[in-house]
Design a protein around this ligand. Structure first.
Ligand SMILES: NC(=O)c1ccc[n+]([C@@H]2O[C@H](COP(=O)([O-])OP(=O)(O)OC[C@H]3O[C@@H](n4cnc5c(N)ncnc54)[C@H](O)[C@@H]3O)[C@@H](O)[C@H]2O)c1
Ligand SMILES: O=P(O)(O)OC[C@@H](O)[C@@H](O)[C@H](O)[C@H](O)CO
Length: 412
């Protein structure tokens, strides 16, 4: 049994990440590693220090387990060279004030874009203040959270905070700071002890912080990088002028279906996405949701059909144990961006059709099902009971989504 230590020189720090967690390591750090052009990352956790400490003890190295149909593939990601806890403010200001650093990526969850002191905008603004004082040159901020227009959201939050606290920064910010907009995709469940055991069995390495992910990965970016960036496109990233069609497709079809399953699945006794989506009833709700989304996507019909088929296969993979409870967290942040834009368009653009047709089953009860999620009060306990009873009993226990379809009312 061995441990991970860096035997060769680490790439220089040219990029900073805020919100060190599972996804950034399966996605942005992996793309940067694959780009192979010597961009090292200094990453900061958003809150807790544990992961930073464990990674620092391994020189930032960790095993990425790519969980494919043919089995697990293990690779060591080498682009993460420094791991810091959220409260290491001196290090944060030092990196942001360094002319070597040209890119800052962010994954702090949807909730992390508020104006709280520990949110991304406040911390970035503090770092940018240090950058301005050091005259360190242009930098591009790259938000990688599941928010529509994540670049505009971050840009607006920065402007808002700056106007309140430091209006003199406005010209510098406009000239020196670009904010990219991105669509990110790679299903990466929270790591488990089983992942650690799999790495030990597969490689002989006792990695304290591996991360397991699916083979599929997508990164679509729009924005300017006047200070340069890793050659992410060599690892498959797509640079485009407008991410909107990719964003709608991803947030509505993938994340929308995830949230639907996260609230409806437990009522039928399921705890993972794979279990829920292989239940024909839940799968039917997902298809109805996708039928509702499809006419509002600005993409060729065949593309959407292919994406749906591929998504179903990704969801159904039992080797990716993606917990519905993880997806259900922070529903108040997620439902408005994953479901409501489609429902609004459906009602606004096709009022007659929408009035004739009931909302997709499974979704019709989404807010209600959401309130029944554990943690949301008395009804939550009913959902928890349903889970304890198992699929057969639970099938009779949930609310709305169990209703039988009425003939002639499916989809369009
Ligand atoms: N996991 C995935 O499959 C996946 C895929 C695509 C996009 N994402 C995006 O990445 C985000 C993080 O996912 P993850 O799997 O890495 O989660 P994670 O829990 O492993 O890491 C989340 C990171 O965000 C920080 N954070 C959480 N709330 C915060 C807040 N309010 N303010 C500041 N920092 C905060 C945490 O401290 C941690 O560093 C998701 O919320 C999503 O927007 C995840
Ligand atoms: O990561 P969250 O909590 O924003 O959302 C949970 C999932 O819907 C999400 O992580 C997807 O797995 C991901 O967006 C796939 O790329």
């Amino acid at each position: 049994m061995s441990s991970l230590r860096r035997g060769t020189a680490a790439p220089p720090v040219r990029m900073v990440h805020l919100g060190l967690g599972s996804f950034s390591r399966a996605h942005q750090a992996w793309y940067t590693d694959r780009a192979g052009d010597d961009w090292g990352i200094a990453a900061f956790t958003g809150r807790r220090p544990d992961l930073a400490r464990a990674l620092a003890a391994q020189d930032g190295l960790y095993t990425l387990v790519t969980r494919g149909a043919g089995g697990d593939e293990f690779s060591v990601v080498r682009s993460l060279v420094r791991a810091h806890a959220a409260d290491e403010q001196d290090a944060w200001l030092r990196y942001l004030g360094s002319p070597d650093v040209r890119v800052v990526t962010v994954t702090v969850t949807e909730a992390g874009y508020g104006t709280a002191a520990d949110g991304a905008p406040a911390r970035l603004l503090a770092g940018l203040r240090a950058r301005r004082a050091a005259d360190a040159g242009p930098v591009t901020l790259v938000p990688c959270d599941n928010l529509p227009g994540n670049g505009a959201v971050l840009g607006a939050a920065l402007q808002h905070l700056m106007a309140e606290t430091d209006p003199a920064m406005a010209d510098w910010l406009r000239e020196q700071v670009s904010v990219a907009t991105t669509v990110v995709d790679r299903i990466t469940p929270a790591p488990t002890d089983d992942d650690r055991r799999a790495v030990l069995a597969g490689t002989g390495v006792d990695d304290r912080c591996p991360v397991a992910t699916e083979p599929f990965s997508e990164w679509v970016l729009a924005g300017a990088f006047p200070g340069g960036r890793p050659a992410w496109e060599t690892a498959g990233a797509v640079l485009t002028a407008d991410v909107t069609p990719f964003e709608d497709r991803k947030l509505w079809l993938l994340n929308g279906a995830h949230s639907l399953l996260a609230y409806a699945g437990p009522l039928r006794g399921w705890t993972t996405v794979a279990e829920a989506v292989t239940d024909p009833v839940c799968a039917g709700w997902v298809q109805e949701w996708w039928d509702t989304c499809a006419p509002h996507l600005d993409l060729p019909v065949d593309d959407v059909a292919r994406y749906r088929a591929a998504l179903l296969a990704r969801f159904a993979d039992p080797r990716i144990r993606h917990s519905l409870a993880q997806i259900a967290a922070d529903g108040s942040q997620k439902l408005p961006v994953r479901l409501l834009p489609v429902l609004r368009r459906d009602a606004g653009e096709r009022p007659a059709a929408a009035a004739r047709r009931p909302a997709p089953r499974g979704l019709a009860g989404a807010p209600r099902v959401w309130r029944q999620h554990p943690g949301a009060g008395r009804a939550g306990r009913r959902a928890a009971t349903a889970r304890r009873l198992g699929p057969a009993r639970a099938r009779g226990a949930g609310p709305g989504p169990r209703r039988r379809p009425r003939p002639g009312r499916r989809g369009r």
